[in-house]
Design a protein around this ligand. Structure first.
Ligand SMILES: Nc1ncnc2c1ncn2[C@@H]1O[C@H](COP(=O)(O)OP(=O)(O)OP(=O)(O)O)[C@@H](O)[C@H]1O
Ligand SMILES: [Mg+2]
Length: 334
């Protein structure tokens, strides 16, 4: 049985339809990631699942039971937002214990045990006596996650929890969240992010949302290798998939050829010609931006460093077994 099931869920704010009929099953213990362009409805969908917003029509089920009318506190979920408001005058310990104290019925000792267990998991035990202002951003973020964990929820909802951390802290906290999911048996997580790496590495399955509807749901590699639409093809992966249309695509009997930068080779007998616009050397690899007369520059990903001169002409070939062909409706031709 699905931990969470949405049946034709719709949400409008006044006359504005934001969620337009979403059907989705999230399995027990699954890590589901929501991605999609800004404004497509990711946060709204999380808030509907949490109960912070009422759904306009449709059904929301937890463990097979309709929860449409249940308040957030009755749903057994914990939510971690992008802006994690900790209580500034309370210590880390008090912040983490606060929700449990409110619930009543927990002994002081039981609360202490749960806070310490969560603190150990997140490696913040040594900060329990500090105030939030005495912590780094990443440590504060972990306190916010810890505060959610102590309540022992069955479902975690995360809305871009790492987006205001620096790159190194993002990576460290991302790994903490992955470990947390491994360690907490049967805990279901739904996680919204704009970060390709977070989506690809954390998700059991990714749900791509577009304009209030589900565009495709699948494992990261399913979406990467077998996108159901040109939209998903262009949305999953970084740098984004190149699209080549016109005559060059006709040669492959389609309207548009999709080819990722890592699946193109610069070589003297390449089938396409491109003019180097710019090269970015990232260390382990580099991106060569080519003008091929397309709407957008074509990006070739190259191992190691390169020094193609801007303005020079190069020849490239797509690896034929890696080509995605799309018809005029943006659907894959397989
Ligand atoms: N309370 C509200 N009243 C009216 N419109 C709203 C309300 N909340 C959200 N919206 C609208 O619903 C749409 C979806 O918003 P939502 O916050 O869910 O997007 P999102 O996918 O989370 O975007 P982002 O990636 O920018 O966070 C937006 O067009 C937004 O303006
Ligand atoms: Mg949002």
């Amino acid at each position: 049985m699905a931990a969470i099931e949405l049946r034709n869920v719709k949400k409008s704010f006044g006359v504005v339809n934001v969620i337009k009929g979403v059907d989705l099953e999230v399995k027990k213990g699954e890590f589901m990631v929501f991605v999609g362009p800004s404004g497509c409805g990711k946060s709204t969908l999380l808030r509907l699942i949490s109960g912070l917003e009422d759904i306009t029509s449709g059904e929301m089920l937890f463990d097979g039971k309709v929860v449409n009318a249940l308040t957030p506190s009755k749903r057994g979920i914990a939510m971690v937002f992008q802006s994690y408001a900790l209580y500034p005058h309370m210590t880390v310990y008090e912040n983490m214990a606060f929700g449990l104290k409110l619930e009543k019925g927990h002994s002081k000792e039981a609360i202490r045990q749960r806070v310490e267990k969560a603190a150990d998991m997140l490696q913040i035990r040594q900060y329990l006596d500090r105030l939030p202002k005495q912590l780094s951003g990443g440590q504060r973020q972990r306190v916010a996650i810890g505060r959610a964990i102590t309540r022992d929820p069955k479902v975690f909802l995360f809305d871009e929890p790492l987006s205001n951390l620096d790159a190194a802290l993002r990576v460290a906290t991302r790994i903490e969240i992955a470990k947390l999911h491994e360690e907490m048996n049967d805990v279901t997580m739904i996680y919204v992010t704009h970060d390709q790496v977070e989506a690809m590495t954390l998700a059991d399955r990714i749900c791509v949302l577009r304009d209030g509807l589900v565009e495709q749901v699948g494992t990261p590699m399913e979406l990467y290798e077998r996108p159901d639409s040109i939209f998903v093809a262009g949305f999953i992966g970084s740098p984004k998939m190149n699209f080549v249309a016109g005559e060059k695509a006709s040669a492959f009997s389609c309207s548009t050829v999709g080819i990722r930068g890592e699946h193109m080779d610069i070589k003297p007998d390449g089938i396409w010609e491109g003019k180097v616009i710019h090269t970015e050397n990232l260390g382990a690899d580099s991106y060569v931006y080519l003008d091929m007369g397309q709407e957008e520059p074509v990006v070739v990903r190259h191992d190691g460093t390169t020094n193609y001169q801007s303005g020079s002409l190069v020849r490239v070939s797509p690896q034929e077994d890696r080509i995605h062909r799309f018809n005029e409706a943006g659907k894959p031709i397989r």
